[in-house]
Design a protein around this ligand. Structure first.
Ligand code: PGA
Length: 250
């Protein structure tokens, strides 16, 4: 069995460098948990230097960014390029998160962000997810369209897909999607990936679930949901609740 991937998306929950240091120091003291999962921490940009510093040469905790600029040229005020992220040892970039889609990011921009991420040799963590669950199954069409649009260029770079139904994000464990429904969606995503990227590449892409993953539901979602791991929001920003998730999966 492959190790589950657990990506912590800190959003804006963590604000200060000191909090990053305390988080990582505590996590480093749990090598047995870190050996059982592939852990990635994705802080806001402002905390990347502190994270890089406290991690030092640690290999068991890897780092991600929450987004990346779609642009290549420097004349874009306020943007952070893929090359700039590389300076801080970033290996993973979250693209297409529903909160960024809601703020106006469109499919063509997401496609460019994937391109920039791959040009810099990083793994793109592509988020997809329907806003509403449709009892007649229209949400499968939403997922298919998001995948087709984002992967139109048939990328050969490293890719992870995070299925995050928007209606399940930011709540508590009881509001997460049910494992049987996740499993059904994972099968659908896998087939769609094989159709777009070809079977050989499609089967290799880890499919994660995100949306109210906590210590109390992580194990069941992993075993009965058929996912390769999780993209965790609120429960990843607090070290104790993050350790609860890792403990449940160990
Ligand atoms: P949540 O967020 O775990 O707080 O639901 C998940 C996400 O938005 O990636």
């Amino acid at each position: 069995m492959k190790k589950p991937i657990v990506i912590g998306n800190w959003k804006m929950y963590v604000e200060k460098p000191d909090a990053v240091k305390a988080f990582v120091m505590k996590l480093k003291r749990r090598p047995q948990l870190l050996s059982k999962t592939d852990v990635v921490v994705a802080p806001p940009y402002t905390l990347l230097p502190a994270l890089a510093q406290v991690l030092g040469t640690t290999k068991t905790i890897r780092t991600g960014a929450q987004t990346v600029s779609a642009f290549l040229e420097a004349k874009h005020t306020g943007e952070v390029s893929a090359r700039m992220l590389k300076v801080f040892g970033i290996g993973f970039v979250i693209v297409g998160h529903s909160e960024r889609r809601a703020a106006g990011e469109k499919d063509d921009m997401i496609r460019e962000q994937i391109k920039r991420t791959h040009e810099a040799g990083m793994t793109a963590v592509l988020c997809i997810g329907e806003v509403e669950r449709d009892p007649h199954g229209a949400h499968f069409g939403v997922i298919e369209r998001q995948l087709l649009q984002a992967l139109k260029d048939k990328t050969t770079g490293k890719l992870i897909v995070a299925y995050e139904p928007v209606w399940a994000i930011g709540k508590t464990a009881g509001s997460a999607e049910k494992p049987a429904e996740i499993q059904e969606m994972v099968i659908f995503i896998r087939k769609t990936l094989a159709d777009i990227l070809g079977r050989e590449q499609g089967v290799k892409v880890p499919i994660l679930y995100g949306g109210s993953v906590e210590g109390s539901n992580a194990k069941e979602l992993l075993t009965d949901g058929g996912v390769g791991g999780f993209l965790v929001g609120h429960a990843s920003a607090d070290i104790d609740s993050f350790i609860e998730i890792l403990t449940a999966l160990a």
